[in-house]
Design a protein around this ligand. Sequence first.
Ligand code: GLA
Length: 695
Amino acid sequence: MAVISFDADHRTWVLTGESSTYALRLDEDDVPVHVYWGPKLTPSEIGELTPKTRPWWDGFNDPNEGLGELAADGGTRYWPPALQVRFGDGTRALEWRYETHEITGEHLVIGFTDRHYPLRIALHYRLRSDVVERWTELTADTDVEVVRADSATWVLPTFEDYRLSHVTGRWAAETQLRRTTAPHGETVFASRRGITSHHANPWVMVDDGTATERHGEVYGVALAWSGSWRLTTTRSSTGRLTVSGGFGQDGVVHHVGPGKPLTTPVLAGLYTGGGFGAASRAWHAYALAHVLAHPAELRPVLYNSWEATGFDVSEAGQRALAERAAALGVELFVMDDGWFGARTGDHAGLGDWHVNRERFPDGLKPLVAAVHGLGMQFGLWVEPEMVNPDSDLYRAHPDWVLHHPHRRRSELRHQLVLNFARPDVAAWAHGWLDRLVGEHGVDFLKWDMNRPFSEAGWPGEADPDRLWVDHTRAVYALLDRLRADHPGLRIEACSGGGGRIDFGVLARADQVWPSDNTDTLDRLRIQHGYGQVYPASAMSAWVTDDPNFVTARATPLRFRFHVAMAGVLGLGGRIVDWPDEDLALAREAIALYRDIRPVVQHGALYRLRAPADDGVTALQYVHGDRVVVFAYRQAAHFNAPERPLRLDGLDPAHRYVDSGTGTTHSAAVLLAHGLPLGLPTGDFASKVVRLHRKI
Ligand code: GLA
C-alpha cells in the first residue's frame, strides 16, 4: 500500500511505495529540495537523514547544488534550469515561497508562489506502486513568459559512478538499446521534431554501472509526451547525477497568465533493486495498471494490407486478402493507405478523406460488411495531421499548415503538417473522423504521422509558439473524444513505424507500430529496446513476406512467426500468394498464438538472453500458472554444444509440464540448470515452449 506522510518539524514529505521510498523537504528559503530515493525506509528513518551542508570555504557553489526538486533558474542555482521564467519587468530569477500542501490518497500537491510576482507553482506527486508520477502546474495573474517548464527534476543517490541506459535509432531501426557511462557535465536526449521521434525515446535508466538484467539497483525516468521533449542528465561539480525533463523545444516560450495555466506532462520515476529486468517489468505493470485504457482485453490478431498492396488498393483485392486472412484465423482486418481521395501514391490525396470511388464504387460499406461477415473486425489507416500540397484540402486551406509567411514550406514525403492547435483544423478533423468511424462501423484506426514539423509558424496568432504543445494536446483531445463517443473503437499509433511511442500516446492508443522494419533479426533488436519500458500487449508485430520488404533478407516463415508472436501478432504480407504449406503453417501458428496470447500480452517478461549475432536469443513470459519461452538461433555452428536455457521468475517448489512433449520439469531445475532447448538444426532455428504449472 502506497502512503504519503508529512513531517511538519522537518518540513519533509515521505512517499512510500511497495518497495521504495521517495522523500523531499523544504530548505530554510522554502526551496523544495531532494532528500531520498531508493529502497524502502520509514518516515522516522528518513528523519535521520541530515541535510547536506557545504564546506564553509566553498564560496562558488549553491548549498543545494543539484538537489532542487524542480531546479528553477535564479539565485545561486547554476545547473540547467528545469523552470525558467521571465516576469513582465524583465526579472528572470524565481524565488520560492511555500504556501500549502494537500495529500489526497496517493496524490500530493505542494503549492508555492514566487515571493514577489503573481506566479503560482504546484508540484504534483502521485504514487503508483513504485512509480512516482510527477508534473508541474503554473498559474499566474499577469502574463509571465515561461522559457522552460520541466515536469520534474530527479536526483539520484550518490554513486561512485553512473551509467545511462537509453534508446536511439532512426526510421526502420528504432529503439536500439545503448548503455554508456554518464558523462560529467550535461547530456541532452531530445526530440525537436514535434513528435516523440525515431531518434530517441523519452526515457532513461540509471545505475551505478554494476546492474545486470537480474540484479542491482536501477532508476528509471519516462516522460508521457508525444511532441518535442528534452531529458537532461547533469553531473554536478560533486559528480552527483540528476535527470530533469519535460516537453518543449529550445527557444520556444510559453505564456502563462489569467485563464492560461500551463500543466506539464507526467514525468514518471521508478526505483527497483532487481536489475534491468525488474525495471522493465515494473514499467510494464505500470502501463497495464495506470496507462493503457483497456489493459484487460486481449489484442486481436490483425492483418494489415500495406506490405501486400502498397498504394495499389482495390475493393476486390482487399476482399481477397480479407477472405484469406479470415481463413487463417485473423480477427481484425486493417486496410492501410490508398483508399481515399487521389491517394494512388504518396504524392497526392492526403487531407481528402473521402472514399476513392474509382477504387470503391459503392463506398467502403460493402467491404466493411464483407469483413464483418467473415467474423473479423474492420480497421482503417488514417493520417489526420497531414496534407499533400496536391490535395483539395490544401488548395482550399493553404493556411492550415504550419508555416512562416516568408519561408519555404519544406516537404517531407510530399506532405506538410496541419496545425492542429487551430480550433478550425481540429474541428474539421473531428468531423470527418467521427463520421468515418460512426457511419462505417470502423472498429480500429491505425493513426499515422509520417513526418516531423518544420517551419512551425502560425501567422496571425499572437502566441504562435503554443502550437508546439497545443498540437499534441489537440491530437490527444481528438483521440479522447473519438474513443469516448465510439467506445468500441481501438487505436494503433504509428509514426512511420516507431516515431510516436511514449506513455502519453499509450494512454490513448491500445497498441503501437514499433517499426516499418519487419525483418526478424532487426526486429529482435527493436523489440528488445521497445520492451525496456513498454509492454508486449501494446507491441504490434507482423509476419510479412519473404524476402523482407525493407531489408531483402530471407528468413523461414516459422522464425518470422516466432519473432512476431512475442508481441501482438499480425500478418502483413501477400497472403493470397502464399503456397499451401505456408498457409498451413500460418494457420497452426495463429492458433498457437491465440493459445499463448494471455501469457504474452498479460504476463511478466523475462529477457533470458539478449539479441546476439551469434548464439541464442531467448524470452520468457510468466502469467499465473503458465509460462511461454521463445528461443531464436540465427546461425548454427557445426557440433556446437547447446547450453540449457535457465529460466527465471518461477517458484522453485513447483513443477511444470511441457505441453508440447508432456515432459515434467522441476522449476528448481529449470532455474538452476536450465531447460534443454533442442532447437532444430540449421540457421534461423526457433522454438516456442509452453509450460503449465502442475497442481
Ligand atoms: C507509414 C507506416 C506504414 C504504412 C505507410 C502508408 O510509413 O509506418 O506502416 O502505413 O505509412 O503510407
